[in-house]
Design a protein around this ligand. Structure first.
Ligand SMILES: Cc1cc2nc3c(=O)[nH]c(=O)nc-3n(C[C@H](O)[C@H](O)[C@H](O)COP(=O)(O)OP(=O)(O)OC[C@H]3O[C@@H](n4cnc5c(N)ncnc54)[C@H](O)[C@@H]3O)c2cc1C
Length: 480
């Protein structure tokens, strides 16, 4: 098949999957009044691979199958592959209103990590995982499938290992081994895009102790597998109008509590089963690829924040004020640092033992840390420039009501020549991005998605070559 159309993708989602949203079972995710918005949003991925303008970037001639496939499935083997991957992610996010699509990005991050780590597990434990991963990669690539990744367990008491928890289901684990596969139980949290993808890859979320064998498990299942149940988060439920919510009324992500209620996984879909020393390796290797995806999709949101702030400054007549120019400069510096570091991570990649190009870990984590640690400050600059009407302005209905329309148009004008309606739209853009359900979602996404701040600090310290710098210091003081 190679490439699917958006219509084929949507048809594939009508497969009896079990999804709950706000207390009700979702019969058809593609037409659901709430989740359907996210389906339309991600369908852009298929349009990009088909349309003449973006086809060259978003698809590629796969020598293995002889088909034109989604470029997301191309294993990166050099800096140029990573730069193209980065550009695909940035461009699709920009065209998606600053909201990442994430229906192939995260899944292929997991496939690259699984290939790398399964090679090591096979060498040490004489397991057959690498061939299974390769067959699964082919399966997804040739059918143009979409994949979510469920890594983060619900975790219970964070200070305890899985086997020490009061409740064993706080981490997904194996409850039965059969001749044809395993049965798993437990739950993962925050699984982005799960209601509207074909497959879910499950990975361990952290390093485990030897006693945590049943929890050291990695596998993949189709979303309609019996026993798999998704409870969608209501956060960012459909906002009322494009006027009030110019971005989030058309673009959104949905995350789920992903429940494995005795789910059967056939052997060919099992990629780790009890090899505890490799659980942490797999968790970290996935993150090495996935944080690169993260820092590739962050800049379009930052660009939109810069644009919204600059537009508000112009509409309010303060664009020449020195404090405004300084805040705009800081927003630009913030954004371009993330963008520049993400490009540098691609240029400065390393080749792993299996030939895969891995983005530079320190650059990637610096970009992610810089983005997350300063996001709320960036929002503060935008809100400061925009002013209070971001949250106190009138409703669209008041602009339509003949009794109030005239007052609003006359009284809420800004700089001469700017229509009041456009000025109000600009306020609403800032509200949507920073002071709405969607704005709050973006703040939490900045801090926690792809790992919270501490994980980036640990990774930077672990991977930075401190020895080299200490040697320089010793040389400077003439120490032995
Ligand atoms: C919008 C969004 C989308 C996401 N999408 C996905 C997805 O698609 N797939 C997926 O698998 N995950 C996803 N995540 C999960 C994300 O990776 C986690 O939120 C993140 O790793 C933090 O985990 P947590 O939410 O359980 O918070 P916690 O782990 O509870 O973290 C809260 C605080 O506790 C601290 N903490 C936690 N454990 C310890 C400890 N042992 N010792 C000391 N401090 C500790 C953390 O550093 C942090 O400061 C998503 C998250 C968000 C917000």
């Amino acid at each position: 098949m190679g490439l699917r159309t958006a219509a084929q993708f949507k048809a594939g989602l009508r497969d009896g999957r079990v999804i709950y949203c706000k207390g009700e079972r979702v019969e058809d995710v593609t037409t659901h009044h709430d989740l359907g918005i996210a389906v339309e949003h991600v369908a852009l991925d298929f349009d990009l691979a088909e349309g003449p303008e973006h086809r060259e970037l978003f698809s590629w001639e796969d020598p293995e199958s002889g088909q034109r496939c989604s470029r997301y499935y191309k294993v990166p083997t050099c800096a140029d592959d990573l730069l193209k991957r980065r550009e695909m992610i940035e461009r699709s996010t920009r065209l998606g209103g600053s909201v990442v699509l994430l229906i192939k990005e995260i899944g292929t991050d997991a496939l690259f990590a699984l290939d790398l780590v399964s090679q090591q597990v096979d060498q040490h434990c004489n397991t057959p995982y690498r061939d299974r991963v390769a067959a699964y990669h082919r399966h997804c690539k040739e059918r143009d499938l979409t994949i979510a990744v469920a890594q983060t367990d619900v975790k219970g008491d964070r200070s305890l290992l899985p086997s020490q928890q009061e409740h064993p289901d706080y981490y997904v684990h194996i409850v039965e081994e059969r001749p044809d596969g395993i049965v798993v139980r437990g739950a993962k949290a925050h699984t982005t895009c799960a209601p509207y993808v074909d497959e879910i890859i499950v990975l361990p979320t952290r390093a485990f102790g030897v006693e945590d064998g049943p929890f050291a498990v990695a596998f993949a299942v189709p979303v309609n597998t019996p026993g798999l149940k998704l409870i969608a988060s209501p956060f960012g439920s459909p906002p009322p109008s494009q006027f009030h919510h110019p971005v989030s009324s058309r673009h959104r992500m949905v995350d789920t509590l992903t429940i494995f209620d005795d789910v059967f996984v056939p052997w060919e879909r099992v990629f780790l089963k009890g090899e505890t020393p490799f659980a942490g390796t797999l968790a970290n290797t996935f993150v090495e690829f996935h944080r690169f995806t993260a820092v590739s999709y962050k800049p379009p949101l930052c660009d939109l924040l810069i644009g919204a702030a600059a537009l508000m400054a112009e509409y309010n007549g303060i664009e020449k004020a020195s404090h405004v120019r300084e805040k705009l400069m800081k927003l630009i510096a913030y954004t371009e640092t993330v963008r520049g570091l993400s490009r540098a991570a691609a240029y400065d990649c390393r080749l792993a033992a299996n030939g895969t190009a891995v983005p530079n870990i320190v650059m990637t984590n610096l970009a992610k840390y810089h983005f997350a640690n300063n996001y709320h400050q960036a929002v503060c600059w935008v809100q400061d420039i925009a002013g209070g009407l971001v949250v106190t302005g009138p409703a669209e209905e008041d602009l339509e009501n003949p009794d109030t329309k005239g007052y609003i148009e006359r009284l809420l004008g800004g700089k001469k020549g700017v229509s009041t309606r456009d000025r109000l739209r600009a306020f609403n853009l800032v509200r949507d991005l920073t002071a709405s359900d969607f704005g709050g979602y973006n703040e939490l996404l900045a801090i926690h998605a792809e790992g919270s701040l501490e994980t980036q600090k640990i990774t930077i310290l672990r991977d930075f070559d401190l020895k080299r710098c200490k040697a320089l210091a010793k040389e400077a003081i003439g120490a032995a």
